[in-house]
Design a protein around this ligand. Structure first.
Ligand code: ATP
Ligand code: MG
Length: 324
C-alpha cells in the first residue's frame, strides 16, 4: 500500500531524508523509529503529498504522491505531530467540520462525529466544550479521531501517543488494532519502543535521514543479542548441581545470583527443553522460569549511537554463548 524508493529531501544544507526505501503491505503497521531530527516527519509529509521529494518516488495505494496527489489524498488520513484542530470550535464541531470537508452529507457528518467522539472517550460533556479548554491528551485524541473521519484506507500517525496517559494510549492502540484488522494500512512514527513492539508488524529505524535497520520487532531484537533463559530454584543448596546441568546442556557459562541462574539461549527451544528435562531428572526444584528477549530499547541504542550501525552484520548474535 505504501512504497518509498530513494526518497530524498533537503532543507538548505540540512539533508533531512537521504535515500529512504521501504514498503508497507496492506493491513499492516509500519513503525518508523528514530531519534529527534532523523527525518520521520519529513517522510510523513512527503507520503501525504504535503511536501515534494527532491528525488526518489513514493506510491500510496498504487498512486504516485507527486504526479497523482489528487488520487492519493482521498485515500489517506493524517494525524500530524502537532494537532490541527480548531481551538475555538468544540470537539463535535471540529469533527463535523472535517466530515463536511470530506463532502459527507450533514446528517452523516453528525453521526460520524458522534461515533468518533464515543470511540475516543470524548463523548461526555467535553464534546460540546471549545477545544481551547481541552487538556493536551484530549486534543491529541480529537486530532486522531479527525484523521479517521473519511474512513481512510491508509492512515499516517506522526507520534500519535506522545503526551497520552496510559489509559488513553491503550485506547488508541486498541483503535489502531481494530482498524488494521478491518484492512487499514498504518504508518506511525513513535519514540516509544514499547509501542512499536506492540503494534508494528515491521519497523524501520532511521538515523540522520537514512534507514539503519529494518525488520520485524523480533528480527531487530535478535540482531542485538540472543534471548536469556532465567531459572529460579526453590533452594540454594541445589545451585551447584543445577549450574552443572545448565552449562552442560547449553555449552556455555551460566551466571548465578542467589537462587537465580541465567544463560543465553544459544540452541533455541531445544536447548531449553533439554535443560529443563536435565533439571527434572536431577530432582532440582524450580520456583520460576522466564525467557527474556532483548528489548527494542537495546536495539535502538545499539543502532543509533554516534558510531551508527555499520550494516555489516557484526552485531549479529550468532557468536554469542559458545564459551567452550
Ligand atoms: N521546514 C523545514 N525547514 C528547515 N529544516 C527542516 C524543516 N523540516 C525539517 N527540517 C530539518 O530536517 C531534519 C529532520 O526533521 P524531521 O522533523 O523530519 O525529524 P523527526 O524525525 O520528525 O524529529 P522529531 O522526533 O523531533 O519529530 C531536522 O534536522 C530538521 O531540523
Ligand atoms: Mg517529527
Amino acid at each position: 500500500m505504501i512504497v518509498a524508493e530513494g526518497l530524498t529531501r533537503s532543507f538548505g544544507d540540512t539533508r533531512a531524508v537521504r535515500g529512504v526505501d521501504f514498503e508497507v503491505p496492506e493491513a499492516t503497521v509500519l513503525g518508523l523509529l528514530g531519534p529527534n531530527g532523523s527525518g520521520k516527519t519529513t517522510i510523513v509529509r512527503m507520503l501525504t503529498t504535503a511536501l515534494p521529494p527532491d528525488s526518489g518516488t513514493a506510491r500510496v495505494g498504487g498512486h504516485d504522491v507527486v504526479t497523482e496527489a489528487g488520487a492519493v489524498r482521498p485515500m489517506i488520513g493524517l494525524a500530524g505531530q502537532y494537532a490541527a484542530v480548531d481551538e475555538n470550535l468544540t470537539g463535535r464541531e471540529n469533527l463535523e467540520m472535517v466530515a463536511r470537508l470530506y463532502h459527507l452529507p450533514r446528517v452523516e457528518a453528525r453521526l460520524r462525529a458522534a461515533e468518533l467522539l464515543d470511540r475516543f472517550d470524548l463523548a461526555d460533556e467535553a464534546a460540546d466544550r471549545p477545544v481551547k479548554t481541552y487538556s493536551g491528551g484530549m486534543r491529541r485524541r480529537l486530532d486522531v479521531a479527525a484523521s479517521l473521519t473519511s474512513d481512510p484506507r491508509v492512515l499516517f500517525l506522526d507520534e500519535p501517543t506522545t503526551g497520552l496517559d496510559p489509559r488513553s494510549r491503550q485506547t488508541l492502540w486498541d483503535v489502531i488494532e481494530e482498524l488494521v484488522a478491518a484492512g487499514t494500512t498504518v504508518l506511525l512514527t513513535t519514540q516509544y519502543l514499547e509501542e512499536a513492539d506492540h503494534l508494528a508488524d515491521n519497523i524501520v529505524v532511521l538515523d540522520h535521514g537514512r534507514v539503519v535497520a529494518a525488520g520485524t520487532p523480533a528480527e531487530l531484537k535478535r540482531r542485538v543479542g540472543s534471548s536469556v533463559l532465567v531459572l529460579i530454584l526453590t533452594s540454594e543448596a541445589m545451585v551447584p548441581s543445577a549450574v552443572a546441568i545448565v552449562e552442560e546442556s547449553c555449552g556455555c557459562r551460566a551466571e548465578v545470583s542467589g537462587t537465580e541462574i541465567s544463560v543465553p539461549v544459544s540452541g533455541g527451544p531445544a536447548m531449553i527443553t533439554r535443560t529443563l528435562r536435565g533439571l527434572e531428572d536431577a530432582g532440582v526444584g524450580l520456583a520460576d522460569i522466564a525467557v527474556h528477549e532483548p528489548t527494542l530499547d537495546d536495539v535502538f541504542l545499539s543502532l543509533t549511537t554516534e558510531d551508527g550501525f555499520d550494516g555489516s552484520g557484526s552485531s549479529a548474535p550468532d557468536t554469542g554463548g559458545n564459551g567452550r
